[in-house]
Design a protein around this ligand. Sequence first.
Ligand code: FO1
Ligand code: CA
Length: 343
Amino acid sequence: MVTFLAGGTGTPKLLDGAARVFDSAETAVVANTGDDVELGGHLVCPDVDTVLFAGGGVLDRETWWGIDGDTTATHEELSRLAAAAGDAIEGEPGAPRYLGDDAQTAGREIARWRRFSAVGEFMEIGDRDRAVHLTRTSLLDEGKTLTEAIRILAAAFDLDVDLLPMSDDPVSTLVHTEAGETLHFQEYWVARRGEPPVADVEFRGAADAEPTDAVLDALAEPVVVGPSNPVTSLGPMLALPGFERALRETPVVAVSPFVGDEVFSGPAAELMAGVGREPSTAGVAAAYPFADAFVLDDADPTALDRHVERTDTRIDDADDAERVARACERALDTVESDAPDVG
Ligand code: FO1
Ligand code: CA
């Protein structure tokens, strides 16, 4: 058995080749839910869905979110109608708006957005993608847990791996900007294009949330932390009570999303600097004290006090992913054979 921790695009790209190295039927994937957002009454779980759609062979691999070839008829009609509806309700239309502290109540409201704005839905939700959000939300309304709802969706997409949301409790990644605003991660990333300077990142709800039993079981197996964003993909998981403790007790290999102080893609550098971490492989190693080994790029000059496997860590296709997955396997083999026998 092996467990991958996934968020954003880093770990999903690695999973493309992991199936050639690790047995998919013996693989669990724990997905970040801090990015989740309720739009127009439906719960969108971007990091869960990227793994769901990739495993189901329908992911849009240009964007690494949404379904390949999806249409957007509903999204466009919602935007047209929202312009009219937005004018008729109070508040300032024109921008997406996180409901903020008034909405910090139980359940999914933690990630709830104003339903109407003159711009309509600020995230593009495809028609088939929306069917997933609608089904997931209906299952939650029927009393299913998020874990159960995702298990049902995973069966519908013929997933080979066991896809687990990190928690059944709501957690919202909020970005505090230097200008003093509090933005939901999706508002920061999609509506504001990751441009506002970041002062801090908060995982609201995490202290009161729990990793599920299925996640704790998965964390008893060797763990691969893929090259996902340490702050917004892994941060919400690590903020859950008991999550880091579980990682300290099992072999863990992490793939750095940096080559020295250069990041392959995404907002990892800005976000790490924002939370006071060095935006580099050394900063990632400091953020992952539980990791026993690291997979680093051949060109990464960083010296670490942990076991290191080297390879070309750029992942552009499944062959690249397989190469990096093999380095993860070698690292796990080494740290597992070094580990004291705890019976
Ligand atoms: N990212 C964008 O940059 N623009 C979008 O319109 C957008 C829509 C969207 C819809 C569903 C979904 O699951 C993801 C979507 N994303 C979009 C990606 C998402 O914002 C982030 O990349 C992830 O949350 C980071 O892991
Ligand atoms: Ca460990």
